[in-house]
Design a protein around this ligand. Sequence first.
Ligand SMILES: NC(=O)C1=CN([C@@H]2O[C@H](COP(=O)(O)OP(=O)(O)OC[C@H]3O[C@@H](n4cnc5c(N)ncnc54)[C@H](O)[C@@H]3O)[C@@H](O)[C@H]2O)C=CC1
Ligand SMILES: O=C([O-])CC(=O)C(=O)O
Length: 329
Amino acid sequence: MSQGRPVKVTVTGAAGQIGYALLFRIASGHLLGPDVPVRLSLLEIPQAVKAAEGTAMELDDCAFPLLQGIDITDDVNQAFDGTSVGLLVGARPRTKGMERGDLLQANGGIFGPQGKAINDHAADDVRVLVVGNPANTNALIAQSHAPDVPAERFTAMTRLDHNRALSQLAAKLDVPVTAITRMTIWGNHSATQYPDLYNAEVNGKIAAEQVDEPWLRDTFIPTVAKRGAAIIEARGASSAASAANAALNHVHDWFNGTPEGDWTSVALPSDGSYGVPEGLISSFPAISRHGKWEIVQGLPLNAFSRDRINASVRELTEERDAVTQLGLI
Ligand SMILES: NC(=O)C1=CN([C@@H]2O[C@H](COP(=O)(O)OP(=O)(O)OC[C@H]3O[C@@H](n4cnc5c(N)ncnc54)[C@H](O)[C@@H]3O)[C@@H](O)[C@H]2O)C=CC1
Ligand SMILES: O=C([O-])CC(=O)C(=O)O
């Protein structure tokens, strides 16, 4: 990436709470790096365009040296025209009484057209991160509408779960988060996700051997997997700043690489690794090299891990079957 020419970054749901926590940090260099100028493209639904304009006024008022322009639109094709980074945040939340099928249908109506717009209008190097829930399956819907874009450019976010796992383990062992490496979230960004301490390391030694098994199984895993719900319960709104932070971490690593000797967690189209059906967008341990995610191969999985991963992958398979039946992919 050259300094001078700005990278176009499209954020959907820009007027939402994650959008508000995200945009200022993108503009100050936390997405791509401190030397990379950006041009922001904000996509919103018509009713929220005015609010997005207000956020854009505030972005202007920061006089960010890296921010070379802001476009605001409710037109999906315009929003993704020439874009190199798509942050798909806006989604239809589940509301009271809503059936699962209705939720998938409503999100299909958002992520299908966005995938097609990315296919038809985005830059050749486009990379997509889906944050809006159900993130893995929304990413699958978008990807299936973009046959001309390499499938691996579509990812979904489990980095927030990854960061939550680091933080919970660090607190338990009273170590800094930087002492922990090789954490993995496997599967779906949902309560079935599996945070794996049997491959994670603390100060270079297997994490599972440094905590007691009941804590690992009955406290750590459910705390990480249900943290989103706990935040909603405490804050009265879903996580926003931490979600935005994780999105920045994800894209930053994608562009700039993961640290030597470590990996991170990324939901990406399976190549069949670890028995996850090909094409399913499932979370894996991944490293980034030269702008590409690679799944870390050959990790040992004990019977407990295998069962937990299978359960989450089964849920993803059911979601894929449901959107297939609804004609959304
Ligand atoms: N993967 C993850 O780890 C996490 C995912 N999330 C998910 O992120 C999503 C966004 O969360 P918030 O910002 O808190 O929600 P929010 O409700 O505050 O904002 C969503 C925004 O999206 C907009 N929007 C809806 N449909 C759109 C469309 N078709 N095109 C463009 N914009 C559209 C809405 O107008 C709204 O401004 C939710 O689905 C939430 O569940 C939240 C936290 C973590
Ligand atoms: O359920 C939500 O909307 C929030 C979410 O995904 C999380 O915090 O992990």
